[in-house]
Design a binder for this molecule. Structure first.
Ligand code: PEP
Ligand code: MG
Length: 654
């Protein structure tokens, strides 16, 4: 028997992919192999057991080998563990999270509003994305699965084992197909398949069937238990792997129960989607062109769900206070996204009214297309830039079609979320360069990573916080994590060779934070020069979205090239109103005098310092706010592509 202690250097730790590859390598040897970490240990040939050990980079472990080929096995595995890039593949989009289980919604009682004359009762939620929609309902509320029985007769064991094997193989093949369609790398499927084929999953299901359980009941129970083991881990990223287990469990159980799952990928005709919530991944998989409207029981006007709906131009009402059972029963829906009003199973009168209004809206929109190439100027000669807020390269076409004059906010966090590994410097440089090329010579303002404790990102372990919105997020996290921040800054400098890339820092509170970012950028630039890599000097700006930044805007203006006011956060922090809470929607007011005074101070400071000021929060697109912002000195408004044409028209008429 041989054993050696080693400090693990694999940069991802033994997470899904590296653990799979490590176990695969270990299986090449006949000796037994075991890894010890602290007081726990695992069979090195089981990827799932390795993942459950939660081994991270720089953890000290002991590797034990026992058998004829122990020496060569130990050497090969130690070499794997000492290599930072071991098991790490170029990053790819995320994987099969099962449609998230819908959460409980409020009750309908007391929330129905008196409707327009002649209409059936409507329900009011949060106006999240304006526009009208009326049509067939597509209920996207995946049901919790239940086995029809728990136990079987002894003579049924062989049949149930066979049924499980067929369902299992079919699920793995379907998963493979799905990932191929999504353009994901095979190694993700391999990692998932490895989990599924492990003793902990398929082995345990078979054991349970052999002891007299029904195949579906055994699958659901084992999946739940295994997911719970992942959920109990202290690493946020590993915890979120429980979704993968739920995903596989659900796929196998559906086949065993002879059921089909609801999926937005198979929306074959235009429908209004009714859901509890939609993730970025749901959107990525959906036939978005067939979503004509969206109604969710969760979400608020400035939640990322609302932002995605707006950027796709889908009318949406979120935070609808109805029970899921009520949504499930609906067959047709009408909604007014601007008013936040929803009619479930509307009367023929309501439907007829909507048909007329939708036709009018279409012709109004068609009339707006004349503004596509217009450079808007107010009647007193003020030029105003109308730019687009984007979160992915897929939205570039919509921004061009709307005549956006560049990008005023590119939210890079969407590149980091809902995937298994962080995008590395090269991948980021490629994306930022594509963005810059698509809009050249117009500016693209790229915001550095703005994530916080409420959204998991692979490779960043966020602490549990009582108030994640007041916590370790945005630039605070980035300055503490140069391993995350430096690759992003280097990628931005590399993309800036075209000259139109501008870098924007979120959640700035203090002048010192800006200076530290500037020093880091200078260090990155020196390193790139030393390495002979081409780079450009981007303009540097900050989001003004905390009261501290607004109150010290005069000091911050000395440090940067531009300001962009993030009214979504500025409103929540000035008003002390959680932007995500639909119940507080009436208190969340960007037009409150307190918020307007803060914006006025920022504009004044920018004017004195001679730097431009933009607004990139959702209020930038609100028709009644646009004259106020321009009056205060704002020279750029950045918004979802679907609002750009109207904003241009409003500016031209001022
Ligand atoms: C804002 O806070 O106004 C903003 C644009 O940023 P986000 O909505 O991404 O927080
Ligand atoms: Mg913000």
């Amino acid at each position: 028997m041989l054993e050696t202690e080693i400090v693990v250097k694999v940069s991802e730790g033994l997470h899904a992919r590296p653990a799979t590859q490590f176990a695969k390598l270990a299986k090449e040897f006949s000796c037994s192999l075991r890894i010890f970490r602290g007081t726990t240990s695992a069979d090195a040939k089981s990827a799932v057991k390795l993942m459950l050990l939660g081994i991270k980079q720089d953890d000290q472990i002991l590797l034990r080998a026992d058998g004829s080929d122990e020496s060569v096995a130990l050497n090969r595995l130690l070499a794997f563990l000492s290599e930072p890039s071991a098991g790490v593949q170029p990053a790819k989009p995320a994987l099969a999270q099962e449609a998230s289980a819908p959460g409980a919604a409020g009750s309908l009682a007391g929330s129905a509003e008196p409707a327009a004359p002649g209409a059936v009762q409507s329900v009011r939620g949060v106006p999240a994305s304006e526009g009208l929609a009326c049509g067939e309902a597509f209920v996207y509320l995946p049901e919790a699965l239940r086995a029809t029985r728990q136990f079987i007769e002894p003579h049924e064991v062989a049949t149930e084992l066979g049924r499980f094997s067929v369902a299992f193989a079919g699920s793995i093949a379907a998963l493979d197909q799905q990932f191929k369609t999504m353009g994901c790398h095979e190694d993700i499927v391999e990692a998932l398949a490895d989990v599924a084929q492990s003793d902990e999953f398929s082995g345990a299901v078979k054991q349970r069937i052999a002891s007299g359980w029904d195949a579906a009941a055994a699958t659901l129970q084992v999946g739940e238990e295994l997911a719970a083991s992942f959920l109990a881990m202290d690493d946020e990223y590993l915890r979120s792997r429980a979704d993968d287990i739920h995903g596989i469990t659900r796929q196998v159980a559906l086949r065993l129960l002879g059921m089909e799952d609801v999926s937005l990928a198979c929306l074959s005709r235009p429908c209004v989607v009714l859901a509890a919530d939609l993730s970025a991944l749901d959107f990525a998989r959906a036939q978005v062109a067939n979503i004509v409207g969206l109604v969710c029981t969760k979400g608020s006007a400035t939640s990322h769900l609302a932002i995605m709906a707006r950027s796709h131009g889908i009318p949406a009402v979120l935070g609808l206070p109805v029970d899921e059972a009520v949504l499930r029963g609906a067959t047709r829906v009408a909604l007014d996204g601007a008013q936040g009003q929803v009619w479930l199973d509307p009367s023929p009168d309501v439907e007829a009214g909507f048909a007329t209004r939708i036709a009018q809206e279409k012709s109004r929109h068609a009339a707006l297309s004349v503004y596509r190439d217009v450079e808007p100027v107010t009647r007193d000669g003020r030029h105003v830039e109308i730019a687009a807020n984007l979160g992915s390269l897929a939205e570039i076409d919509a921004a061009h079609e709307a005549g956006a004059m560049g990008v005023g906010l590119f939210r890079t966090e969407l590149l980091f979320m809902d995937r298994r590994t962080m995008p590395d410097e090269d991948e980021q440089a490629g994306i930022y360069t594509q963005l810059a090329q698509a809009f050249h010579p117009r500016p693209v303002v790229i915001r550095t990573l703005d994530v916080g404790g409420d959204k998991p990102v692979p490779g960043i372990a966020f602490p549990e916080e009582d108030n994640p919105f007041l916590g370790w997020r945005g630039v605070r996290m980035c300055l503490d994590r140069p391993d995350v921040f430096v690759p992003q800054l280097r990628a931005l400098l590399r993309a800036a060779t075209l000259g139109n890339v501008q870098v924007m820092i979120p959640m700035i509170d203090d002048v010192d934070e800006v200076r530290r970012v500037k020093a880091l950028i200078a260090t990155c630039a020196e390193a790139l020069t030393r390495e002979g890599v081409a780079w450009g000097q981007p303009k540097l700006g900050i989001m003004v979205e905390t009261p501290a930044a607004a109150l010290t805007a005069d000091l911050l203006a000395q440090e940067v090239d531009f300001f962009s006011i993030g009214t979504n956060d500025l409103t929540q922090y000035v008003m002390a109103v959680d932007r995500m809470n639909p119940d507080l929607a009436s208190l969340y007011r960007t037009d409150h005098p307190a918020v307007l005074r803060a914006i006025g101070m920022v504009c004044e400071a920018a004017k004195k310092a001679g730097i431009p000021v933009a607004v990139c929060g959702e209020a930038a697109a609100r028709p009644e706010m646009i004259p106020l912002f321009i009056g205060m000195g704002v020279s750029e408004l950045s918004m979802s592509p679907s609002s750009v044409l109207r904003a241009k028209k409003i500016v031209c008429e001022l």
